[in-house]
Design a protein around this ligand. Structure first.
Ligand SMILES: Nc1ncnc2c1ncn2[C@@H]1O[C@H](COP(=O)(O)OP(=O)(O)OP(=O)(O)O)[C@@H](O)[C@H]1O
Ligand SMILES: [Zn+2]
Length: 809
């Protein structure tokens, strides 16, 4: 019997990756397992903190007094053994603290303090019910925690399925219930009741038959009313007569993305695959069947039917009795894909993503944990879904930067997927029309296995792309967001009753106020960035810290009234479009029109039902949309992202243009794309124009090699911040000294420099970027630096270490 437990504690001011050792008091012996949360005393005085049991320990190794664990919060581990292993690896490879990795894997509700509630679900012997529950049908874990005899009784009852033990947090997290009914009499007794009924008591007669038909089941009363056509009053009579009792039935909150799907009886059949799809499915299935943790790169042009390949591979995993995990970049942006998975696998599917309420997310998590859902679709953090027996992991749009978390722990979901694939002996499929350079380079080296879908399912060519030079347009026709060419094409689609998608690229771009007299730009008082004009709220907002102020009437610097609005917001473009094409019906999709829950899906549904001719939006409309009637895609400003100080600027521009172009002509009608740009000769735009991923890849790889960037080199970014600029700079200079001294001379250290947005949320930021191929000293040195940042010398300086950063702003 282990007597000691190692606990990773949650102490924000003093983090470490070393667990602390605690005594296991005899009364808690049965409850302490690896992966449960516990309350432990910490430091001097009476302070207690939450922590996770991560291992057991032998008493003999320790001398002196150890504190005892005070309480256990979970009866079963909330972190299973796979995730426990994963959390260790995660902390190690992302330079983060173990405790934050553990929390990252749990739904929010389990990060907060929770209590365990014990409920009776089946008949329990009367004396037990009395001893333990005192006549109630539920009680809190804390009430019995000190009573070992009662606890072991509870364990036994739980095993027998007579009680359940549930998490419960705050009100909104409580399991949601509706009224259910259950027969109190058996078949014969009900028959006897029928015999004594009045001849014209038809309703009661029907109720009795119904009760006979459900046996000992509990049925939701609403369902029962629906089935029998009886009124609630009849059920009340049944209750008074002692035929039935009412009892709460737990229902799971249905995430919005899942509302209104067909039930399991109407699941969609798989499509007949074309040869390329069949080849991909065969190879993936073979890996599933052989427990081969291969990584596939499924490179398929837009509209080539990648999703169908995913679905049929998932079906095979399920057929083998395994589970499957599918990640998409952002679920609310891609409701169509979620619906396709739901239509194929019905109630086996759980959906996890950030815009679920805490309660919904928790319910979905619990369905997965209990093995009630075998297919999980979700955004980045769903990679930690507690599925057991994983047979397949899919990352759709694998090149998306949203797969990297930009706060601690700074993990890349792609890497976590590979880790879980290995652990479960399951293949990983990375899918994209425009794979990241990193992934494609690995495929070239045969580290990943390349699968190709080079043609569209509809057997049509990818839509032709025309590039319009906006410099000429402005010379000829004056300032406008719309070239003559684009207007002509839009008009043509209106005539033909076809639809168009227009994208306004907002990356690195915003609408700001500038004084025409003194050139002053209105900036955020907390951040080194201009404020953005929002017409809907009539305010100026900071997109980093949320600061908000009224639109100024005069320049705060020189008091001139010549203050003007620059830049192009979606709203302004929408107004212009209304003037140019008054007959067009427009749906605008941007952060403002989609802030409310469910609005994405609603707007897309409206567009799908042809309630509008033009869908105008930001990047959020570039991905995953599959509308057969869309034959024109226009990109209003292709190049706003090209000027950003980031080595991935060209790659992102190429990806975005390829993705959005792919929305046109996906069914039987021919599509067309117009790209407006001020840099028509840039290779990212030229290669997107010819749909030439290979050419872009070669050119970009050459540039990356010349400049020693990924995938040839690895990068790490260190950042220090402090409210005083000098202190942030000094901390970074110190770190620079340690790096210079400790690392190989072949490792490149850039900086320290102020970061591109030097001030944010009232803090100044300095950064260092390390580029390296192999450096045996780097890992430990970075960990030492991380640990030192917890010491007093670093007071108020915050240091972060970001392996493989996605942005350098
Ligand atoms: N074998 C098939 N037979 C008929 N239709 C198919 C087949 N495979 C896919 N489709 C249909 O073709 C369309 C495009 O497929 P899908 O959306 O999976 O492409 P994709 O490769 O994921 O595209 P994108 O990268 O642009 O999102 C869908 O409407 C899908 O239902
Ligand atoms: Zn700000």
């Amino acid at each position: 019997m282990p007597e000691l437990a190692q606990v990773v504690v949650d102490v924000p001011t003093m983090q470490t990756n070393q667990p602390y050792t605690y005594q296991i008091p005899p009364k808690l012996e049965k409850q302490i397992q690896v992966g449960v949360r516990v309350i432990v005393p910490f430091g001097k005085g009476k302070r207690t903190v939450q922590g996770f049991v991560v291992a057991f320990d032998k008493a003999s190794q320790y001398e002196g007094e150890l504190k005892p664990i005070q309480a256990v919060m979970d009866l079963q581990p909330v972190i299973n053994s796979e995730l426990m292993n994963l959390s260790k690896w995660l902390a190690d490879t992302t330079y983060s603290f173990w405790i934050s990795c553990l929390y990252t894997m749990l739904p929010n509700l389990l990060k907060a303090k929770t209590t365990r509630i014990i409920r009776i679900v089946d008949e329990v012997d009367e004396h037990i019910a009395f001893d333990i529950f005192h006549g109630r049908d539920e009680l809190e874990m804390a009430e019995v925690q000190d009573k070992p005899a009662i606890l072991s009784e509870l364990f036994k009852l739980q095993k027998e399925g007579k009680i359940t033990i549930e998490y419960q947090v705050e009100d909104r997290a409580k399991a949601k219930t509706v009224t259910g009914i259950r027969a109190l009499l058996n078949f014969e007794q009900l028959e006897d009741e029928r015999a004594s009924l009045h001849a014209n008591a038809h309703a009661q007669n029907r109720l009795l038959s119904y009760l006979q038909s459900i046996g000992s089941q509990v049925v939701k009363q609403k369902d029962a009313e629906h089935k029998t056509g009886l009124k609630a009053a009849t059920f009340n009579q049944g209750q008074q007569k002692g035929w039935l009792e009412k009892t709460p039935v737990e229902v799971y909150r249905q995430p919005l993305a899942m509302q209104g799907p067909p039930d399991d009886a109407h699941l969609a059949a798989p499509l007949q695959l074309n040869a390329d799809q069949q080849n991909a499915v065969n190879q993936i299935n073979q890996a599933i069947d052989n427990h081969d943790p291969k990584v596939f790169l499924l490179q398929g042009v837009t509209g080539s039917g990648k999703t169908e390949v995913y679905l049929q591979s998932i079906a095979n995993a399920l057929h083998q009795g395994k589970t499957a995990l599918m990640l998409v970049p952002e679920i609310s942006l891609t409701p169509q894909i979620v619906n396709r998975v739901r239509r194929r696998f019905g109630s086996k599917v759980a959906v996890l993503h950030s815009s679920l309420s805490n309660g919904e997310r928790y319910d979905e998590w619990r369905r997965i944990e209990r093995g009630e859902a075998q297919v999980v679709v979700g955004a980045r953090s769903a990679i930690f879904a507690p599925l057991t027996n994983l047979g397949l992991i899919i990352l759709d749009e694998e090149h998306e930067s949203s797969y990297k978390q930009d706060e601690s722990p700074r993990y890349q979901a792609r890497e976590v997927a590979k880790w879980r694939g290995k652990y479960n002996q399951a293949p990983v499929v990375l899918g994209s029309a425009t794979p990241s350079l990193e992934s494609r380079a690995r495929a070239v080296k045969n580290v990943y296995h390349l699968l190709r879908l080079p043609h569209r399912v509809n057997k049509q060519e990818l839509p032709p792309i025309e590039v319009v030079d906006m410099r000429d347009e402005i010379k000829k026709y004056g300032e406008s967001n719309f070239s003559q060419k684009l207007l002509t094409e839009l008009n043509d689609r209106l005539q033909k009753n076809e639809q168009s998608i227009l994208m306004l690229n907002r990356r690195g771009f915003s609408s700001f106020m500038m004084c025409r007299d003194c050139g002053n730009v209105l900036k955020c008082p907390n951040c080194d960035i201009s404020l953005t004009l929002h017409m809907d709220t009539r305010t100026m907002k900071c997109h980093y810290c949320g600061h908000e102020e009224p639109i100024p009437r005069e320049c705060p610097n020189c008091h001139s009234h010549q203050i003007r609005y620059y830049g192009t917001g979606t709203e302004k473009v929408e107004q212009e479009l209304h003037q140019l094409l008054p007959q067009a019906r427009i749906i605008r999709m941007d952060v403002d029109t989609t802030r409310r829950k469910g609005m994405h899906a609603k707007l897309l549904r409206q567009f799908g039902q042809h309630q509008a001719d033009i869908l105008l939006g930001t990047q959020m409309i570039a991905k995953g949309l599959d509308f057969p009637n869309v034959t024109l895609v226009g990109v209003l400003n292709a190049d706003t992202g090209l000027g950003l100080p980031d080595f991935r600027a060209s790659e992102r521009t190429f990806d975005l243009l390829s993705q959005v172009s792919g929305r046109a002509g996906r069914a039987n009608k021919q599509g067309k794309v117009i790209i407006q740009t001020y840099n028509p000769d840039h290779y990212a735009i030229q290669d997107a124009k010819t749909h030439d991923y290979e050419k872009f890849f070669d050119q970009e790889m050459m540039l990356r090699r010349q400049a020693s960037y990924p995938p040839y080199y690895y990068t790490v970014r260190l950042m220090a911040s402090h409210p005083e600029e000098a202190k942030a700079a000094r901390a970074m200079a110190d770190i620079y000294g340690r790096l210079k001294q400790g690392l190989l001379s072949s490792t490149v250290i850039l900086g320290p420099t102020p970061r591109a947005i030097a001030r944010m949320k009232r803090r100044y930021y300095y950064q260092i970027v390390i580029k390296y191929k192999k450096d045996p000293y780097l890992h430990q040195l970075l960990f030492d630096i991380l640990q030192d940042t917890q010491s007093r010398g670093f007071k108020d300086v915050q240091v972060s270490i970001d392996p493989d950063p996605q942005y350098f702003m």
